[in-house]
Design a protein around this ligand. Sequence first.
Ligand code: HEC
Length: 471
Amino acid sequence: MGVILLSVLGFVLVMLTAITYYLRSVVKEFDIEDEAGINVENKKGSVLSSQTFVYTAIVLVSVAMAGALYLYVKGTPREAHLMEWLNIVIRLMHITFGIAWIGASFYFVFLENALNRTQNVREELAGNLWAVHGGGFYYLEKYKVAPKTIPRHLHWFKYEAYFTWLSGFCLLFVVYYFNASALLIDKNVLNITPFAGISIGVGSFIVAYIIYDLLCKSPLIKIKVLFALIGFAILVGFAYFYTHIFSARAAYIHFGAMIGSIMVANVFFVIIPAQKAMVKAAKEGVPVNPQLGKNALNRSLHNNYFTLPVLFVMISNHFPTTFGYENPWLILIIISLGTAGVKHYLNLREKGELAIWVLPVSIIILLAGAFISAPPKNPGACKTKIEFSEVNAIIQERCVSCHSSKPTDDVYKAPPNGVMYDTPDDIVRKKDLIMQRVVVTKTMPQNNKTNITEKERDIIRCWIDQGASVK
Ligand code: HEC
């Protein structure tokens, strides 16, 4: 059944791909006529929209193929393998689109800040910039409002943002939502059903954008400091909310995904429509409403400040000392504030404004995060000598349901990260990681699914402190 479905979908995919080649050749013919001065705008427009249609169909068919493949391997040992490869492919896409988007965003903010606005600038220009890159010289000009005639070939920066969001949303499903009971929900935080968790997660993105959008449209936007303070307070609220609903790790990712969604919504609902309206007005020769450009610039500046906090969140999952802290929301907020501060400093510097204090203050904020999450200097004396048998009993009871060559856990069918504790040697070799995850950050057992006790964590600590001997 699965094989038949896959073959049919595969065939459709090949046909759709062939159609894209055909449509491309049609567009090329129109381009030639266009160059020759024949008006083909309408015809070309309809071909371009069929092209969009075909590309959408290709994406949908590919997703359906992944779904069919999933049904085919569901319940077999290959299910986890498929999920892992989906994870790799989508993550790579997400990173690539994200780099393209954030790279362009950084570049344009830099351009804006570094423009020469005074020397030899033509009346209609806001400024220009000479640059050398990749073995060539570049000369760029920014218009105050718009050029007199809009050039035919105008590059739009938007798909980077949309695809970053789409791939990120898919990744959220592959990593957190398909495995909601294991990764999204931590019963020690809040005992909710996977469905409730996923609905809260997705719903929170929409609510966040509505709040932010109202704030931007309120008169507050004119009072920058107040706007920033209220915005920050709302972010603290979201961080607190997420860490009291989801597992700490999932809470971090949701915080990042929430900000990322606001950033993409800014592009989709404000920046691109403003640019379209400006192009339209310029084409029709009517004056452009300068407020549109200002709104777009505001949103794009907010996006700029959001970038570093979001990038931190996206890598935070590798650092259990961050989400493993007893008040995970606090570290999240400290790092968001500190990294946004660093971004602020960089922006000021590019503009040539000297506010050097911003950098050390941001760094102190970040160091404060490292300081408060540090493990206690003196975790308490170990009075008795711990025998390996005691530790082994704990590990067998609390860890090997996941960390074994043949896990019995309901979710993990292969040892996570390849970590197994089947033999004494396996345990001793991993003693430093065990100390970090079980004693210092308390991020293992995952979501304390196997109910390890504080006393047992302490026994493990003392055994490692006493030299982790197996005799
Ligand atoms: C419910 C399943 C589960 C249980 C039970 C569990 N773990 Fe894990 N463990 C995981 C998963 C999933 C990962 C990979 C994700 C991560 O690093 O958080 C992991 C990762 C680790 C790592 C990090 C490996 C690396 O390469 O960084 C260590 C160390 C670890 N576990 C130790 C333990 C110890 C010790 C116990 C028992 C006290 C334990 N785990 C219990 C699921 C579990």
